[in-house]
Design a binder for this molecule. Structure first.
Ligand SMILES: [Zn+2]
Length: 267
């Protein structure tokens, strides 16, 4: 593993040390060190097409059992709804320490794995804008449970036709995750308005392990450009075509180094 570039690291530290409102936008790269494959785990076109074709509410509605079997389990290996074996890594722990030490820092994550919360980030400082793998909801828009998150659901019986059902109307429950034919405002659980407010008020936006291929990264970049907020990119790949400070490193290496400088008693 290459060492962190000292000039880039110091540039990020200098900016974050003096900046008040900071929004951290995190993506799949942060959880790779926890053993979780990125949602789009390859650049293979067949896989990409499969994900975008099957990862929709329309597909779920037409055949929930096949949707779980063909799409959900295949696209999210290890996410059975019965808890996740993966644990937060050094990157999650360092970012949690930074956010806990600095009241004006918030996290918006694309990740559905729940690892920010597992590492101790307070929920009021964290928006899981793509939802959570272990939280479900009734897909029936006329049901009184249509906006109510449900937890404690097992998917172990899906292959035998034992699908999780809504207690109120009997519809098959779906994971409370943003699908490709949906919008951030489709569920209050995503807290999209809160995320936008944080971005609009931010003096710096820090991208960590993001692929820049999903809506929230575009939203965050636009907000930063509109407000003049600093753009910081912590990723193995640089963010080009933007006036960004690039710290090209994996999150589990970069975040502990930042925490060590930004807070006195960092882990
Ligand atoms: Zn229902």
């Amino acid at each position: 593993m290459a060492a962190l570039d000292a000039d880039s690291l110091n540039a990020v530290i200098d900016r974050l040390r003096t900046t008040e409102g900071v929004v951290w936008v995190t993506g799949a790269g942060l959880s790779v060190a926890s053993g979780i494959s990125p949602y789009r785990k390859s650049k293979d076109a067949v896989w990409e097409n499969f994900i975008t074709d099957w990862g929709t509410a329309a597909r779920f509605k037409s055949d929930p059992k096949t949707w779980y079997q063909r799409f959900w389990f295949a696209a999210h290996p290890g996410l059975t709804g019965d808890g996740l074996d993966a644990k937060p890594n050094a990157g999650h722990r360092a970012l949690t320490a930074i956010v806990r030490a600095r009241p004006n820092h918030h996290i918006i994550t694309q990740n559905i794995d729940g690892l920010h919360g597992d590492s101790g980030t307070p929920s009021k400082r964290l928006v899981e804008i793509h939802g959570r793998h272990d939280t479900f909801v009734c897909p029936n828009p006329t049901c009184s449970m249509a906006k109510t998150p449900v937890t404690g659901i097992s998917l172990k019986g899906v292959d035998d036709g034992d699908l999780p059902e809504c207690d109120m109307c009997g519809a098959v429950l779906r994971p409370l995750v943003l699908l490709f034919d949906e919008y951030y405002d489709s569920q209050p659980f995503y807290r999209a308005r809160e995320a936008r407010n944080w971005l609009n008020d931010a003096a710096a936006v820090v991208f960590v392990g993001t692929s820049f291929s999903v809506g929230i990264t575009s939203m965050a970049l636009h907000a930063a450009q509109a407000s003049g907020a600093a753009i910081i990119n912590i990723n193995p790949e640089p963010l080009v075509d933007h006036d960004a400070i690039n710290l090209m490193a994996p999150a589990e290496l970069a975040l502990p180094a930042l925490a060590a400088q930004l807070i006195p008693a960092a882990p």
